[in-house]
Design a protein around this ligand. Structure first.
Ligand code: ADP
Length: 199
């Protein structure tokens, strides 16, 4: 199997900007957020399991998952959150594994905002943290999503603190300048990963 790099960073740190750059270099990127949506699409076993666990109210009239209702339900009930994660996390992991296996680029990237929090780094051989100050994270995420600052702060609070991620990551890129500055830092890492993938 190819060399697998785990790429992470808090909301607004620049994970997507970094992973798009790697994609432009021909590197296949598996996005854990995309997989998390795919495994609960209509017809997927995980969606049927969620319906069996919680009831028909979890579905919209068109059969799709009612994300908002489910989010509110688990927000108020930690046991329900665990029940949900017991369904989704194994399905996400299995699908990620399959997609990483199927990739044919010299190395493969798994990008995930919760790489360390959900132990998805166990699927990787090496990790890269895209890091930025909380002020920059809030500024970028609020400009991108038009979310209010309180919502973004709540997401940051729920993610692993920066210092902990810094201690766990093998490589760290500080994304505190222009995008060109980000790319200039990614270039030597890309060469390093290419060399490692050939080893
Ligand atoms: P994440 O995926 O980590 O949540 P993004 O990569 O989507 O973060 O970045 C958040 C927003 O900030 C995006 O609109 C992105 O284009 C922008 N951005 C990221 N890095 C920079 C940078 N160095 N300079 C300017 N804008 C940036």
């Amino acid at each position: 199997m190819a060399f697998i790099l785990g790429l992470t960073g808090g909301i607004g740190s620049g994970k997507s900007a970094a992973s798009h750059w790697f994609e432009q270099q021909g590197i296949h990127v598996v996005d854990a957020d995309v997989v998390a949506r795919e495994i609960v699409a209509v017809g997927q076993p995980a969606l049927q399991q969620i319906q069996a666990q919680f009831g028909d109210w979890v579905l919209l009239d068109n059969g799709e998952l009612n994300r908002r209702a489910l989010r509110e339900h688990i927000f108020q009930d930690p046991a329900a959150r665990t029940q949900l994660e017991n369904i989704t996390h194994p399905a996400i992991r299995q699908s990620i594994r399959q997609q990483l296996r199927d990739a044919t680029s010299p190395y493969v990237i798994l990008v995930s905002p919760l790489l360390f929090e959900t132990n998805q780094h166990e699927l990787t051989q090496h990790t890269l943290l895209i890091d930025a100050s909380i002020d920059l994270q809030i500024l970028r995420a609020s400009q991108r999503d038009h979310q209010n600052i309180e919502q973004i702060q709540a997401i940051i609070q729920a993610q692993m603190p920066r210092e902990q991620k810094q201690a766990l990551a093998n490589d760290i890129v500080i994304n505190d300048g222009h995008l060109e500055h980000l790319y200039a830092q990614l270039r030597p890492l890309h060469l390093k990963y290419l060399a490692r993938s050939e080893a």
